[in-house]
Structure formats: C-alpha cells, structure tokens
Design a protein around this ligand. Sequence first.
Ligand code: NIG
Ligand code: FE
Length: 417
Amino acid sequence: IMKVILVNIKELVQVEEEARAWVAGKEMNELKVLHDAFLVINDDQIENFGLMQDFDETAVDGADMMMEIDCTGKIVMPGYCDSHTHLVFATSREQEFVDRINGLSYEEIARRGGGILNSAKRLEQASEDELYLSAMARLDEIKQLGTTAVEIKSGYGLSVKSELKMLRVIQRLKETSPLTIKSTFLGAHAMPVEYKNKRQKYIQLIIQEMLPEISQQGLADYMDVFCDRGFFSVSETAQLLEAAWKYDLQPKIHANELGLTGGVQVGVQYQALSVDHLEHVGEAEIEALLGSKTMPTVLPGAAFFLSLPLSPVRKMMNAGLPIALASDFNPGSSPSGNMNFIQSLACINYKMTPEEAINACTLNSAYAMGIEKSCGSICRGKLANLFITKVLPGYAAIPYFYGSNPVETVIINGEIY
Ligand code: NIG
Ligand code: FE
C-alpha cells in the first residue's frame, strides 16, 4: 500500500462529503474550502481529508510506503476536467489568425475552404505517430497547467480513413497518458468540399460507414455534431443523433456559436450530455435546458480568440441553470488548453465569481464528460487527481494572476508529477 499525505494545506478547495452530480444557479457561488487541512491518498484514491487539528498520525498506519508533502502556504484543488477539446491536430493555423487580424471572419475563412477543412487536409497527410506524439506533448503541457481529465474529439478527418485514424490516436493516448480521457466522434464537423452539393451522401457515410465501424472497434464514448449556421442544420443534426443512439453513443454537441439556430433544443431533445459554445442563447434555449440533464458548456477561449459575443452566463445561472467551462483547445478557434486562463476569462469577461468559475471547471465539467463519479472534487473514494499550487494568497489568486501558471505539483491517480 502506497500512501501520500498532504499536510498544512493552506486551502483545500472543492471538498465534498457526498459526491454531487453538479451545482446549478445560486449554488454555483458556493464552494466548500477547508483552511489548514490535510489529505490522505491511498494508492490512486482520495482516502481522507480534514483539518490539521484533527489529523491523526495513525491515518498512515498499514502503509508499506509513505510520502509526505508539506503544502504550507499552498492551495490544493481537484484537477481541472476539460470537457471539450480538439487537441489531436496536425498543424497550427497562424495564416488564418493573420487573415482575421486583417478583417476576415471565421465564417468567411471557412467558406473559402480554410478552417476545419484546412486542418482536415493537413491531418490526412500526417502519420498516426506524428499525430500521437504532438497530441501527447499537448497533454503534457495541459497536465502541467493543472488539467487531469480531458475530452478529445475527432473531426479533422472527415473521411472514413482519417476519422478512424484520429480516433485510434485518441485511443492510444487513453492507453498511454495518465490523464483520464474521453473520446468523442465528430465526423459531422464540416462538410467536405466533394460533398458540398450532396450533403445527404456525407451524412449517410457517417451513419452507414463511420458509426458502425467506430462502434464495433469501441473507439468513441460520445458523438458530436457542429450544429450551426453554415455547418450542419437542425434536421441533419437530429438525423445524426438518432443514429448515434442506435450505437449507444450519447450526444455532446456544438451549438449556438454562430447564431440562434435551434442547436440547443435539438441537443436537449436527443438527451445530449452537454451543449457547448452557447454564444447565442435566448429565453427559448434557457427554457429547453431547464429541467433537462444536459450541461450548458461555455468555451471562453473561443469567444476570446474569435471576438465572438459573450455567452449570457449570468442570465443562465440566474434562471437556475448549471454552467460548465472548457478550453475548446483546437488550432482554429482556441489554440490553448490553459484552464487557469479560462478561469481568468470567466471572471473578467463573464463576471463569474472565482467560486462559480471553479465549480464550472471541476465538478460541472466532470459531469459534462461523464466522469463526475470519479473526478471533479475532493471527495473520499474519488480518484486522487489534483494539483498543488505555488505559494499563493488564496484560490482567487488563480484567475487573478492571469497568464501565469499557478500549478507546482500535479497528482494523477495518486502518482506525483
Ligand atoms: O469548437 N466550432 C467548431 N469547432 C471548433 C473549431 C474548429 C476549428 O476551427 O478548427 C470549435 O470552435
Ligand atoms: Fe469545439
């Protein structure tokens, strides 16, 4: 038995006695924090925590190996759960970045065959090993920034061969990276040029060829569709999600980034685990989400990088909804997986409190990737996935010191990095 004991923790953040599924509305502003605390890790799990004054040395009894980490002046948080990324890609897209600086919009670039189609062309040329190694380097980077669980989408393949290639890369990352990884099939990310005038043909390719193969090989946990203006329509999305459920793939979809398109409603109708982006949300969308089990997920990095309108997060929380936050790490709309910066954006641009931002990046985003039973909080029996900060005044200093990395030590499955 290997035990790791963290002592003298200045703030132990997001502790739970009972694991909750998510927090919503006013509760999002509540965060349970222990001051001057300890934490005991047994193998890969959180065994116990409490106040230093109640720390009992016998807690370490029975351990064959024991390690103590002094956390004086430091904060301990559950690792970030980043529930929406596209971090397997071949190359970055700085030329489009410059084109946008010079006045083109994301949608104009996409219409000219840039954007997702550009990434698909590059991915087709890249070998599986290259894709694996570059994605692994990105996982290492986000791990050092405090992320311990991540969802990764396909969607730069857009052909049977390349979608399967991407999903195999994600599978290999799952097998070799310490991070908790969920895999999402996003064949419906953009319409390949050759299908421009025969959209149903591509949709049938997804439904009749990609889905059965992916399901048979067990390569995906979820199914995504980019349901938005200029990409996939509501009825096409319905058709695709209907097919996904036949293979037991729950939807997690891109919705309402570019307009009020009905994406949220079709997501809720098909019991999506999450609907993501939500720059455009009105009363009807809020109404649809209330009472559903679908997690509204906001991606502040994409709105920042593309200068999109900001999702009405406060309005959604006031209506009683939960909010999850994720990075959307991808080469086109959000080339960063830094969840500390996502928290800064949440606080500064969306006026979320640090407590709301932390709930959105841990517990609620764990739900949005289906891992809330094992991740997302400091709770007995959950995985020991957490990070220890440098010496900091308090957890609000994490979003406050924007752009710097507060993380000193990361622990995943009880292993120290
Ligand atoms: O989440 N919105 C759709 N997909 C990605 C962008 C992908 C890309 O531009 O490469 C997103 O923003
Ligand atoms: Fe995305």
